[in-house]
Design a protein around this ligand. Sequence first.
Ligand code: APR
Ligand code: PHB
Length: 397
Amino acid sequence: MAKSAIRTQVGIVGAGPAGLLLSHLLHLAGIDSIVLESRSRQYVEERVRAGLLEQGSVETLTEAGVADRLHREGLVHHGIELRYDGIGHRIPLTDLTGRVVTIYGQQEVVKDLIASRLAAGAHRDHAPILFEVEDVAVHDVTGDTPRITFRHAGEDSEIQCDFIGGCDGFHGVCRPSIPELRIYERAYPFGWLGILSRSRPVSEELIYARHTDGFALATMRSNTVSRLYLQCAPDEDLALWPDDRIWAELHKRLGCGEELEEGEIFQKGVTPMKSFVCETMRHGRLFLAGDAAHIVPPTGAKGMNLAIADIRVLARGLERFYGQQDTELLERYAETCLRRVWKGQRFSWWMTSMLHLFGANDPFEHKVQVAELDYVCHSKAAMTTLAENYVGLPFEV
Ligand code: APR
Ligand code: PHB
């Protein structure tokens, strides 16, 4: 079958927060791109993920002009609660750092970015995003004219570009196309069972609870929708978790009475937990960003924020290349991103280690975790350390 070829400056694989924000920031800089996404628009707009934005992420989206709804609907938080031995301790994030975090579902960020890209309209005769593409493969990335081949609407096609943004998440095709990868990883012996429920949040702020039967987190999406998580086995069978069991476990682990309202559960899922860093974030003209390059356990709420931080660095590097024919920022891309990525990894691993049950009947683990929580909740230095990482470390200058 004849191949149709499309020419663009940057070919982007993946329409998650990373790929969409890259395309949008490039558009603002007058750089043409196309995003290829294997799923449908509806699927990516409805996929339930985490939903906590650092202040720097909100500022990035605001400066990019895609945060009107985020400012209307996002819930601004000034503190979180750590609960252990049945007692809650507030960490006053804003008093300690002067900064806030915002609750706004990742799929809402995705919806806003898709709407904005589509509203910008077709450019140079091609649509800004192609959904439901198949058989995506990247080629010639070590030369000056990389290509992406794919099938769309039954037709074989090819994108010819100057650079490729590998924003296709952990299970994408871009990372495995690189011949040698430097990888660091750690699997955890647990996952999170997450639900969405039509019920008011337990409290105005998030509650991270350590319990001898496992971790629980109470967060929210709005004043009428709660998002609740329970530590579970990494391959937990949801069939073993009827609603009654979920509510009983949440009541016990969060130490809640009536304030935990049992609403209709309209979404349930299990996420295994891992820490993963691929330090090879660049191969020739292919740049990996977001989950394609790194995964964090969700305890530190860093996943989407690290993706946004990578894209800031990549978009700036590409702008410098097209504006001044200067490749220096692109050459330093991996090194610049990895400094932040490893701090996000460390924080996510630390929060995870402090709050989860690793092995049953391990009294030493129990005592050390409680001692650590006691220290964090009673030392201003320690709680400031938690707070400044949680609200987001400063971006690279
Ligand atoms: N071709 C095209 N698209 C692909 C392919 C492929 N071969 N493989 C995967 N994709 C798409 C996925 O369907 C998804 O929409 O790439 C997109 C990757 O998006 P995300 O997984 O959301 O990753 P990213 O944009 O890096 O955002 C990171 O996602 O998992 C969370 O915690 C993580 O919050 C973080 C955020
Ligand atoms: C969420 O709101 O989904 C959320 C918040 C904080 C986390 C993880 C998930 O640490």
